[in-house]
Ligand binder design. Structure first.
Ligand code: NIG
Ligand code: FE
Length: 417
């Protein structure tokens, strides 16, 4: 239907997006980073932001009484919907006992080497029906939406054979089609070496069996690989990403999470859309990513869960680069909310609330190649907006462990609250 979808007015603060200054450097104030307006309003027409500005001006042109949804945001903050550009949200089974084992001192890689971790989820997913996978994912998407996420990337990678990888991608498509969240599918066949084979033989099968079948299925947009100790080498990862490119799948890479194998350099070499984790990356690695235009994706929830060090966000930002935040939601990192990632980015990685807000919206959209204004509320951007029950964006990380999101709009439609 055409027409005035929504008007949100009298917002204490309305975050439009990042400022256009390309050399942000270390910010003296939030206003160096964020274009935010006080006493502001937003109008959404035909799924798209039509106007943003002072309440009097916006409501004169777009009267709230004519809108399908009118929201008085007095005392509240309006933000672009959060974008979560790295999740493994489609799976079956439960690994909460591994969390308990890790608290007793077991490492992630010890669990994987014993056939637990990813390999245990693979067994559960191979046994699961498509309906179970779709229902599980829908539930996770519902939680994410209620916490303000309006776009989410979801990876396959718990199948590790042609049929199960396709089953996962089909579940991502089915759950996404019926959901208000915009779901972006990624093929991660090279997530772990399955128990029945060795790494080189498995990479052969990813390249010659899985990729053609996945390309034929036509759902996946990206091809990802876990390039790390205990997973795939740089050469194996290069083979997978280059083959993915031949099938039109843009590369993404899990890089430098546990060991620094050279995965960031590979990301720069193949022109990856993003390089994710970066816990062990050197300054030269981070420079290479910036120079190659690869978006770094930092996953503070994973670092928090591993009880270790956080990635060096300040090194990236102080060099004039940008970065994205994501949840990495998976059975090993059971966090679905971008507000938690934002809070950890501030308290664990020294980012300001303004920087973390941009990293969870516009720059997160860049990490999944959404350059249509997603993650901003500029005129012409998709009408994905959230209302937060607090007077500024600072309150999101200032209030960890609570959901301040009262209302979520996607394409101008009220889909939560
Ligand atoms: O991004 N590091 C590899 N993959 C996931 C973990 C997946 C799992 O443990 O099930 C990650 O952290
Ligand atoms: Fe991951």
């Amino acid at each position: 239907m055409t027409g005035l979808d929504a008007v949100i007015y009298d917002a204490a603060e309305l975050v439009v997006g990042p400022t256009t200054d390309p050399t942000r450097g270390r910010p003296e104030s939030p206003d160096a980073v964020l274009d935010r307006r006080q006493d502001a309003a937003l109008a959404i027409v035909d799924d798209t932001v039509a106007a943003v500005g002072p309440t009097a001006a916006v409501t004169a042109e777009y009267p709230p009484e004519n809108a399908a949804t009118a929201i008085d945001a007095t005392g509240q903050t309006v933000l672009p919907g959060f974008v979560d550009p790295h999740t493994h949200a489609v799976f079956a089974g439960d690994r909460s006992d591994e969390f308990a084992a890790k608290l007793r001192g077991k490492t992630y890689q010890e669990i994987l080497a014993e056939g637990g971790g990813i390999l245990r989820t693979v067994r559960a997913v191979r046994d699961a029906t498509p309906e179970t996978l779709v229902a599980n994912l829908r539930h996770h998407l519902d939680v994410m939406l209620a916490h303000g996420t309006t776009t989410v990337e979801v990876k396959s990678g718990y199948g590790l054979d042609v049929d199960t990888e396709r089953k996962l991608l089909a579940a991502i498509e089915t759950a996404g089609q019926a959901h208000a969240i915009d779901v972006v599918p990624t093929f991660l066949g090279a997530h772990a070496v399955p128990e029945e084979t060795d790494a080189d033989a498995y990479v052969d099968s990813v390249v010659t069996d899985q990729l053609p079948a996945v390309a034929d299925q036509g759902i996946a947009e990206f091809c990802d690989v876990f390039c790390d100790a205990g997973a795939f080498t740089v050469d194996q990862s290069r083979r997978v990403l280059e083959a993915g490119l031949e099938y039109g799948l843009a590369p993404k890479i899990h890089a430098d999470e546990f060991e620094r194998l050279g995965a960031s350099q590979l990301a720069a070499e193949v022109g990856a859309v993003s390089a994710d984790h970066l816990l062990q990356s050197s300054a030269a690695d981070l420079d290479a990513l910036r120079e190659a235009g690869v978006t770094p994706v930092l996953l503070p929830g994973t670092a928090f869960g591993l009880g270790g060090e956080y990635a060096d966000a300040r090194q990236i930002l102080d060099a004039g680069g940008s970065l994205a935040l994501a949840t990495d939601f998976n059975p090993n990192c059971h966090t679905r909310t971008m507000s938690f990632a934002i809070a950890l980015a501030c308290t664990g990685m020294g980012m300001t609330p303004a920087e973390a807000t941009v990293a969870a919206t516009r720059d997160a959209a860049a990490a999944i190649d959404r350059t249509d204004g997603t993650g901003t509320l500029h005129e012409g951007a998709p009408g994905d907006a959230i209302v937060v029950d607090a007077p500024s964006h600072v309150h999101v990380p200032y209030t960890p462990g609570e959901n301040l999101v009262t209302t979520v709009l996607t394409g101008g439609d009220r889909v939560h609250g």
